[in-house]
Design a binder for this molecule. Structure first.
Ligand SMILES: [Zn+2]
Length: 261
């Protein structure tokens, strides 16, 4: 394919990512309230005025309206365009690494669901079972397809189901009230998809991210060591990093040891 062709494709994937990102915002807002995500137009959460389609264009409408509702001028959260941009960038990264494959499609679903989970957990400290179920079903389909095509051994995902969730569960027994059931279920479902190595790396990275932020918040007096942070957003970030860059990280690590030994 020519470079012009691939540029168009990049733009197309980016725009598609923004549009799905816009739908993710609807999910983040409506799922915790128990509202339907398939019907109903978007409206301003403050004045409830309907948002016309031409002011509901991802990112651009936000910039055009300078982050305020056209009707009541209430400030619109920067989270909305941030979610859209993040989803679009993640889709581009998936495409860059995995191309147009079934694997890429499953990962796009996983990453988008992880964005919803991270933001709902951040706001409400819950991880809805329905979202974890989507990841689990994707994991089952993925494992079956990868096994049939001979790309992966069948037990890689099966071990992944337990390799991060079980240590997390055991940690939860010792460290009371620290680890939610949602976190454990998330790591089980994502482990089926990512395989046992990458899900362990996800857990490790998630813990590092959480520690860094906690330390940062204590230093800048935004929190004390007793402040409870939801773990879900960090786990989600860990899973995304591990799936995108984990294999290169593990290879570099192995090379390093081969070099010094
Ligand atoms: Zn409004």
């Amino acid at each position: 394919m020519g470079s012009t062709g691939s540029l168009y494709l990049f733009i197309l994937i980016f725009v598609y990512g923004l549009l799905i990102g816009s739908f993710l915002n609807v999910c983040i807002y409506r799922i915790p309230l128990g509202k339907t995500i398939v019907r109903g137009r978007s409206y301003c959460p403050n004045c409830h005025s309907l948002i016309p389609w031409y002011l509901n264009i991802p990112v651009f409408s936000y910039l055009f309206l300078k982050g305020r509702c056209k009707n009541c001028h209430t400030q619109i959260s920067i989270i909305y365009p941030a979610v859209e941009l993040l989803n679009a960038v993640l889709y581009l990264l998936i495409y860059g690494i995995y191309g147009f494959t079934l694997q890429a499609l499953v990962l796009a679903v996983l990453f988008s669901v992880l964005i919803i989970i991270a933001l709902i957990d951040l706001k409400y400290q819950i991880i809805p079972d329905s979202l974890v179920t989507i990841i689990f079903i994707s994991g089952v389909l993925y494992t079956i397809l990868m096994t049939i095509s001979g790309a992966q051994l069948w037990y890689i995902g099966l071990i992944g189901l337990f390799s991060a969730s079980l240590p997390l569960y055991l940690l939860g027994l010792v460290y009371e009230g620290g680890i939610g059931g949602g976190d454990i279920k998330l790591m089980a479902a994502a482990g089926l998809l990512a395989g046992w190595k990458l899900i362990l790396l996800s857990l490790f990275l998630g813990a590092i991210y959480a520690s860094f932020l906690a330390l940062f918040m204590v230093i800048f007096r935004k929190a004390t060591f007793k402040t409870a942070l939801p773990f879900g957003p960090f786990l989600a970030a860990g899973i995304v990093t591990a799936i995108l860059f984990g294999q290169s990280m593990l290879n570099a690590y192995m090379d390093f040891y081969q070099y010094i030994l």
